[in-house]
Design a protein around this ligand. Structure first.
Ligand SMILES: [Fe+2]
Ligand SMILES: [Fe+2]
Length: 157
């Protein structure tokens, strides 16, 4: 299993969730706040675990490389997004969904930018050197995670 390919797939799943949220708010349709909260929770959980997997991939392939430091900086810069998501999860039940639009747009833009940066700038060097295979057991864990994530995306759609 190529871990970078796997991480790219997760980016696409997370983007699907971001598109879904933005699409709902743009449509002006009545969307139950609980559904929005559910998508945000799936997204938050997925992203926290995703970051951990990314750090493992970089450690496996040499943690001292500048790209690993750049990845760390990227993740540090995004640390406030977790708080924004928690804020949105708490407040999306207040029936003031349109008021959350700016925060949600900011969240989606920053995540999309982050995914692009990883794929365009941080991962190519890793791919070029030929990434190391994941340790035994990790592959199965990730496959299960992927199935779970795909299922959740289907469920909230
Ligand atoms: Fe990341
Ligand atoms: Fe990522």
């Amino acid at each position: 299993m190529k871990l970078v390919k796997y991480l790219e797939k997760e980016h696409r799943l997370c983007e699907e969730l971001l598109d879904l949220l933005e699409g709902w708010l743009d449509s002006g349709r009545e969307i139950a706040a609980s559904r929005i909260g559910m998508v945000l929770e799936v997204l938050l959980q997925a992203l926290v675990e995703h970051e951990t997997i990314e750090c493992t991939v970089f450690e496996l392939n040499g943690n001292s490389r500048p790209s690993a430091r750049a990845l760390q900086k990227e993740h540090d810069d995004l640390s406030d997004l977790r708080e924004i998501m928690e804020f949105l999860i708490e407040n999306c039940c207040d029936g003031t969904l349109q008021e959350l639009k700016p925060s949600l747009a900011q969240l989606a833009n920053r995540f999309r930018r982050h995914f692009r940066k990883e794929e365009d700038e941080l991962w190519p060097s890793l791919k070029a050197r030929g990434e190391k295979a994941p340790p035994k057991g990790m592959e199965r864990e990730l496959e299960e995670r992927e199935r779970r994530l795909e299922f959740l995306v289907q469920e909230v759609r």
